[in-house]
Design a protein around this ligand. Structure first.
Ligand SMILES: [Zn+2]
Ligand SMILES: [Zn+2]
Length: 152
């Protein structure tokens, strides 16, 4: 992995840069992610919000109440509809904001290796999770989870 990480939407109207190494790579098997990705799960990295910067374009903000009950605001390209990231959420430490970025939108996603798996109660039965992975039937308290991963 080489910093800064760069990525963008499918059509190139939105571009971003990430200046710090991600603290976590995880998959989410919730039914919303299955619907949104038209796949079995979504793949994301988490970074401190201050390390994320849009370098091109203006996203369209789309709100939805997630399975967890939180309002999640997705940043999507108004041209190609690609989902890049979600609005930052508060971290466990005062003032700390965490941003989740969709793994597949990175220019180089070859190094991505998820170590945690959320919402596995709705996982497709043919998806086999690697041994030693952190597995959650729903999801842990995300603020605490990301914070504990960060300090590892
Ligand atoms: Zn686009
Ligand atoms: Zn999900």
């Amino acid at each position: 992995m080489k910093l800064p990480l760069t990525g963008g939407c499918l059509c190139g109207a939105l571009r971003y840069e990430i200046s710090e190494a991600p603290s976590t790579t995880y998959t989410c098997h919730c039914t919303d992610c299955q619907h949104l990705t038209s796949s079995a799960f979504s793949l994301a990295i988490t970074v401190p919000d201050g390390a994320f910067r849009l370098t091109k374009g203006e996203p369209r903000l789309v709100q939805k109440i997630a399975d967890s009950g939180r309002v999640v605001t997705r940043w999507v390209c108004s041209e190609c509809g690609c989902w890049l990231t979600s609005s930052p959420q508060p971290g466990a430490r005062p003032g700390a904001m965490i941003r989740r970025v969709r793994g597949g939108t990175l220019d180089d996603n070859s190094w991505l290796k998820p170590t945690a798996h959320f919402w596995t109660r709705s996982k497709q039965p043919w998806v086999v999770l690697p041994e030693g992975a952190e597995v959650f039937a729903t999801q842990p308290d995300l603020d605490e989870f990301f914070e504990s991963n960060r300090s590892r």
